[in-house]
Design a protein around this ligand. Structure first.
Ligand code: HEC
Length: 129
């Protein structure tokens, strides 16, 4: 390779790295969505409306709402969710502990970040925030 070719290759490589850096920094915004089990699980000041309720809406409410709610357990709003947690069967069920019915029934276990966030939210006082 002559000098000119080396220079051009170097420039191309530099552009390639700059571009991949730019692209990866765009992705950073969504790290939590992309890697829910990673080290980026935020458990400080967990918001009920932004974090807890969407998880329960997406995974539980199809069976646990309305008059025909499974096991009579309703999880449609803050006070119903708090009542279920206070009833003492909620955490064991989502953590698939022995002696509990594993929830969501017939579905995948919630990811470990979601479970940590629920536990953190409980420890922070089960706020309707
Ligand atoms: C496909 C329907 C379905 C989904 C989805 C579902 N459940 Fe259930 N759940 C049931 C049924 C049916 C029962 C009662 C029978 C049993 O205990 O297996 C039950 C029981 C429970 C119990 C009592 C468990 C026990 O051991 O006493 C809790 C707490 C519960 N569900 C919470 C949840 C939560 C939280 C979610 C979401 C993460 C969820 N469920 C998703 C159908 C469902």
């Amino acid at each position: 390779m002559d000098h000119q070719t080396i220079k051009q290759t170097g420039r191309l490589l530099l552009m390639f790295f700059a571009l991949s850096f730019l692209l990866s920094s765009c992705y950073k915004d969504n790290e939590e969505d992309l890697y829910p089990d990673g080290n980026n699980c935020v458990t400080e000041n967990v918001s009920f409306s932004k974090t807890i309720q969407p998880v329960i809406n997406n995974n539980c409410v199809s069976c646990h709402s309305g008059a025909g709610a499974s096991a009579g357990i309703r999880l449609g709003n803050h006070s119903e969710i708090v009542a279920s947690i206070d009833g003492g069967r909620f955490l064991g069920a989502i953590k698939h502990e022995q002696g509990f019915s594993a929830m969501p029934q017939g579905g995948n276990k919630l990811n470990s970040c979601a479970i940590s966030q629920i536990e953190a939210w409980i420890a922070q006082g089960k706020l309707n925030n």
